[in-house]
Ligand binder design. Structure first.
Ligand code: MG
Length: 401
């Protein structure tokens, strides 16, 4: 069997641009689908696939997934980078989907079979005030969520607070600047979790995302203050480049740490695993080389008793999300999965994406990803420019978004 064609569709049905890949073969009707994502860099990703990777792959054997991964990573010489890792991810997922269809098996089965019946997941609760966040947390619990990430507006800087407004893609980057300060943030977060624990007792797990906005010593202070509220984990405490900063945080607190959504390879994760600097690894499949690489990251983490918490925001894309949940089902050291919830207009375009019930996600048992796309409809939503919001401090200096 040979690859005969690689189609790239950029579709933006609901603010996020999904870069979808369809790999066709010389066997009539047999094809695979996958997606990569890179907010603010989607065109680079699509060009990488279309102009640089497709010519190398047409005519090759789609069954050789590992060899294809090695070819795209190593034979291209320069190696790595987020656009490359996302482009490899889109192709890798499409090849796994194709293999599943060829052998009539769901992906979790090809990955070793189920280790669990459902995938524990956490929803995103947020509010401009503590009161609003509490209401949102209670609504998630009502829907059956057993774990909930809680974010609250920093008083005086609600519009610049992560999880409230700041992370939403915007279309006018030059004129959209929001502000934020760490000191009122450091004061309000312990108040939020004090209130939440009194409200929900131990009925749900609680999580929080710092989104790389603090320094190591600020995180150490915050994580110590949060210890009485027993967080499931504190996410992205500091920028990922600062491995030594994680060491400092570890010396001061037992609050579990999750990191990795800006990683894109096993090499990024390795020093954090071997030094026991994190408790949960959370690479995004659609920006980390796909199933092939993410499975290896899980294997590397296992002997260190580090669990997975793979990233799952809506911008991961429905096909990459489905692939992630298949992997979650099949690995022994799964920890938790971020819940991506797609609006109805997106679900109509991707039928068979993972379903949420009573706190757990399950996947379709159909071959491959078990997801079908409506190509004609997807093409009706062309690329829309999309950017992260610029966040600045009160004095005008730049702050991580
Ligand atoms: Mg995060």
């Amino acid at each position: 069997m040979r690859i005969t064609n690689i189609d790239v569709i950029i579709s933006c049905p609901n603010r996020t641009n999904y870069v979808i890949v369809k790999i066709s073969t010389d066997e009539p009707g047999l094809f695979g689908i996958g997606n990569g994502t890179l907010v603010g860099g989607e065109l680079a990703l699509a060009t990488m696939i279309e102009k640089h990777f497709a010519p190398r792959l047409i005519g090759t054997d789609p069954d050789r997934i590992e060899d294809t991964w090695q070819l795209l990573q190593r034979a291209t010489y320069w190696r790595g980078g987020r656009a490359v890792a996302a482009a490899i991810a889109a192709i890798d997922v499409a090849l796994w989907d194709l293999k599943g269809k060829r052998y009539s098996a769901p992906l979790y089965s090809l990955l070793g079979g189920k280790c669990r019946e459902g995938v524990l997941c956490y929803g995103h609760a947020s509010g401009r005030t503590i009161e609003e966040t509490v209401e949102h947390v209670l609504a998630y619990r009502e829907r059956g969520c057993k774990a909930i990430r809680a974010q609250v507006g920093t008083p005086g800087y609600e519009d610049g607070s992560y999880g409230v407004h700041a992370s939403q893609p915007i279309t006018d980057p030059a004129r959209t600047v929001r502000h934020w300060e760490p000191t009122p943030y450091l004061r309000v977060v312990p108040r939020l979790f004090d209130r939440l624990r009194r409200e929900v007792n131990d009925s749900v797990e609680l999580l929080h995302d710092v989104h790389d906005r603090l320094t190591p010593i600020q995180v150490a202070q915050l994580a110590k203050e949060l210890e009485p509220y027993h967080l499931f984990f504190l996410e992205d405490p500091i920028p990922v480049e600062n491995t030594d900063g994680l060491r400092l945080i570890r010396q001061h607190t037992t609050t579990p740490i999750a990191i990795g959504e800006r990683f894109n390879s096993k090499w990024d994760c390795l020093p954090l695993l071997t030094n026991q600097l994190i408790d949960y690894v959370r690479n995004p499949l659609s920006k980390s080389g796909g199933l092939t690489e993410l499975r290896k990251i899980a294997v590397l983490a296992e002997p260190f008793q580090v669990k997975t918490a793979f990233q799952g925001p809506n911008d991961l894309g429905p096909l990459a999300f489905a692939a992630t949940v298949h992997l979650d089902l099949a690995i022994p050291n799964f920890g938790i999965q971020e819940l991506a919830e797609y609006p109805p207009e997106v679900e109509e375009l991707f039928s068979g994406i993972p379903t949420f019930k009573d706190g757990y996600l399950t996947v379709s048992d159909k071959p491959g990803l078990g997801v079908e796309i409506n190509e004609t409809e997807l093409r009706k939503y062309p690329y829309q420019p999309s950017f992260f919001t610029t966040i600045r401090r009160e004095d005008g200096s730049l702050q991580d978004p």
